[in-house]
Design a protein around this ligand. Structure first.
Ligand code: IPM
Ligand code: MN
Length: 384
């Protein structure tokens, strides 16, 4: 199979971690007989500096032409003074919207050998394995009207929290479908004791649930969910929520895995005319400007994102599992970057990337991963 991938390294540690992830993708492609056709593009602060905009038209076109996009990170302190519509982050938001990647999947689990890396007690995090399904192309991030008007004491800022039934329903279906490949439990998170928006959210999710009688649905208010995530994280299987709540809860959930550097994500949409599912893949960590360019960032989140790309866009599940199994093997071996162990004994970004490449098993010797991130070989979302 030909894998046409656009790489958008972006800012900060983005270039370092995407380079390792692409090295892993090429290794898997070699072993399994695929051909990687990769092109590089600009996004974020790097694009503002080189081309005057956070998502130049060439990058957008390249994203449309590729089958899948691997993104590093966007954002740098030197752009903090810019208005929202000119900031590096706006490039990412525009890309998510243009690709229609409405469902953002953010798994977080506790690797058995990393329990001590979490500030939470081992007994709390042990056995955690959850998947946040965050709505990604609507809600407060995109609602209109928006903006700042007036001046003086009456200066006023407005953002709009808006969801249509259709937007709630399609992301809910992704969550229920994925729950079927896991422990068949969806927790929908909202603020329906205060917000009309959440009342519609809860009603539509409850309706969708009737199509999935084999999946248990419960509802949590977002403030309570924030607490339960660090008090009793094992209670969660799939967490379904709107855009801003998902943004906040997914950083919190990262604490369960020991380091946000471990976490991969997939942002997926409908199938395209090629028959492949739209997908934007990125580690959950940000640009981490304080450690950029030092070869010390954790590349495993980016590498896991390539595994997700193979599973969700290319539907190459054995290949995806080969990467996940290699990540598990490297984690168990203790070859970890400085976010997970004392700097004096830590491995570099490129050493961890090399270790994963070395650990990738050829198809014939592949054992199934014990606890796959990817929910089984069937396609991700049932086609209508
Ligand atoms: C994330 C990030 C982005 C978001 C920023 C960079 C726009 O925090 O992917 O979680 O808020 O969605
Ligand atoms: Mn975030």
């Amino acid at each position: 199979m030909e894998l046409r991938v656009l790489v958008l390294p972006g800012d900060g540690i983005g270039p370092e971690v995407t380079a390792e992830a692409m090295g892993v993708l090429r290794r898997v492609a070699d072993l399994f007989g695929h051909f990687v056709h990769a092109v590089d593009g600009l996004i974020g602060g790097a694009a503002i500096e080189a081309a005057g905009a956070p998502l130049p038209p060439e990058s957008l076109q390249a994203a449309r032409d590729a089958d899948a996009v691997l993104l590093g990170a966007v954002g740098a302190p030197r752009f903090d003074g810019l208005p929202p519509d000119q900031r590096p982050e706006r490039g990412l938001l525009a890309l998510r919207q243009a690709l229609g990647t409405f469902a953002n999947l953010r798994p977080s689990r506790a690797w058995p050998t990393l329990l001590d890396a979490s500030p939470l007690k081992n007994a709390v995090v042990e056995g955690t394995d959850l998947l946040i399904v965050r709505e990604l192309t609507s809600g407060l991030y995109y609602g209109t009207p928006r903006g700042i008007t007036g001046s003086g004491p009456g200066e006023r800022a407005v953002n709009t929290l808006s969801y249509t039934r259709e937007e709630i329903e399609r992301v809910a279906r992704v969550a229920f479908h994925l729950a079927r490949g896991r422990r068949r439990h969806v927790t929908s998170v909202d603020k329906s004791n205060v917000l009309e928006n959440s009342q519609l959210w809860r009603r539509v999710v409850t309706e969708v649930a009737s199509d999935y009688p084999d999946v248990t649905l419960d509802h949590l208010l977002v403030d309570n969910c924030a607490m339960q995530l660090i008090v009793n994280p094992r209670r969660f299987d799939v967490v379904l929520t709107e855009n801003l709540f998902g943004d906040i809860l997914s950083d919190e959930a990262a604490v369960l895995s020991g380091s946000i550097g471990m976490l991969a994500s997939a942002s997926i949409g409908e199938r395209r005319s090629s028959g492949l599912r739209a997908g934007l893949y990125e580690p959950v960590h940000g640009s981490a400007p304080d450690i950029a360019g030092r070869n010390i960032a954790n590349p495993l989140g980016a590498i896991g994102s390539v595994a997700a790309m193979l599973a969700y866009t290319f539907e190459l599940h054995a290949e995806a599992r080969a990467i996940e199994a290699a990540i598990d093997q490297v984690v168990a071996s203790g070859r970890l970057t400085a976010d997970l162990k004392p700097a004096a004994r830590a491995a570099t970004t490129s050493e961890v990337g090399q270790a994963v490449r070395d650990a990738i098993a050829a198809p014939c010797s592949m054992l199934p991963a014990p606890r796959p991130l990817i929910p089984g070989p069937r396609s991700l979302i049932p086609d209508p």
